[in-house]
Ligand binder design. Structure first.
Ligand SMILES: [Zn+2]
Length: 95
């Protein structure tokens, strides 16, 4: 794993920790940093990163805290508190 990928991984951990503490602005800050690192290094963000971040407001999503998760028609629908929806095909927790 290269340094950029490691940084993204680390930022995701920090974002999750901040979100868990209810510190969503701080979590957003880490999410944005991670996106920037990915962009600069032409990396694709890991799937679990994309799944747990809101494309609209950059929140780090914690189901039950600032996001709702529903299963529908074989899809996972994640709704952020900002109102944005994201849909993913349902699969087991491989990400
Ligand atoms: Zn959002």
């Amino acid at each position: 794993m290269d340094i950029a990928a490691e940084r993204i991984e680390r930022l995701q951990e920090l974002a999750r920790a901040a979100a868990t503490e209810g510190n969503h602005d701080r979590a957003r800050y880490y999410v944005r940093l991670a996106r920037r690192v990915a962009e600069r290094n032409r990396l694709t963000l890991p799937r679990k990163f994309r799944r747990f971040t809101c494309d609209r407001c950059d929140a780090y999503l914690r189901p039950g805290q600032n996001a709702r998760v529903r299963l529908r028609d074989g899809h996972v629908v994640v709704t952020c508190d900002c109102g944005a929806h994201a849909r993913y095909p349902y699969e087991s927790n491989t990400a």
